[in-house]
Design a protein around this ligand. Sequence first.
Ligand SMILES: [Zn+2]
Length: 358
Amino acid sequence: MFRLRGVLLPDGVETELFVDHGVLVDGPLPGAETLLDGGWIVPGLVDAHCHIGLGQGGGPVELDEADVQARTDRDAGALLIRDCGSPVDTSPLQARDDLPEIIRAGRHVARPKRYIPGIALDLDDPALLPDVVAEQAAAGDGWVKLVGDWIDRGVGDLAPLWPDDVLVEAVGAAHAAGARVTAHVFGTDALPGLIRAGIDCIEHGTGLTDDLIAEMAGRGTALVPTLINVENFPGIADQASRYPAYAGHMRRLYDGAYDTVRRAVEAGVPVYAGTDAGGGIDHGRLADEVIALHRAGLSAADALGAASWAAREWLGRPGLELGARADLVVYRTDPRKDLSVLHEPALVMLRGRPVRGA
Ligand SMILES: [Zn+2]
C-alpha cells in the first residue's frame, strides 16, 4: 500500500493518491507507505509508435532482447506502448507484469521490395490486402499496420503501395473486425487514398498538404509524426545517391517536417507522441519526441498530453482515476514549465509497483 502526494496533471490540482493491490483506491489508507511527498504526477506515458522486437539493423531480435527494449521504454516512463508492427510475436511479453502494456499491431503489411527487408508480410498481389488485413486484425490487439508508401526503384521516388479501391476494402475489413488501421507514409501521393478510405491514423505524415490536413481534421484521423525519426531522413537521402529524385524528396520532407506538424496542430488534427524506436531509433527516447512536438508548436502541456493522458484516451486506456491501474510517472519539477525534466523521472510506478526511483 502506497501514498503519493503531488500536483496531478493534466488538472494541476494538488492531490493525494492511494495505491492498493496495484490500483488507485480511495484514501486515507492506514499503514500506507508514503513513497513521494511533492512532485508532478502524470498518467503513465504512452509511446504511440514503437517496435518491440525490431533490432537496430532492421531485422527481428530474440525475445530476451525484446524484453530489454520494453524495460528501457518502461524506465523512461512509457508504460503503454502501441507497437506499430513487429516481425516477432511479442505476445509472451504481454503476460509479464513488470513490462509496459503492449498494444500489438501484428506484422507490417507491404509488397515485395517495398519496405525494409525481412520485416513485413509481402503481398505479391495487392488485391490480397483486405484478407491479410482481416488476418492481422485477428492476430493483433486492435491495430493493423500498413506500409503506405516506400521507394519504388522503378520510379526512382516514393510511391504508393496500394490502389485506392483495395484500401477502401481493407480498411473496411479491419473496422468490421473491430480493429483500427494505421500506415507508414513519408510522401504525399499515398495519403489521399488512405485518408479517404477511412484510415484511423497516419505515421510520419511528412508529405501532408493543407488540403489533406483539413480532411484529416474533419474525419478525426490521428497523426503520429515521429519527429525524432524524421531526423534520419538526411542520412537516408545520403545513402540514396543512385536515386536523386528520391534523395531530394526526402530532404524536402525533412526540411518541412516541423512546419507540417505545426499546420496539423493548428488545423485540429489529433497528434500523438511516438518515437519509432526499434529501427534507427533507440528505445527510451520518448522525452525527446515530446520536446520535438513542443518545438513543432504544441504547448508544453499538450505535448506531454500527446504522450500521456490524451494518448491514453485515444487508445482506450484510463488515466489516474479510482479503480484504474496505478501506472504513473512523477517529476520533481513542473514538466509544463520545462519538458527536459522528462529525462529524469523521480518515480515510475507500474501496476502499483515502483520500477524506478523511490
Ligand atoms: Zn515505425
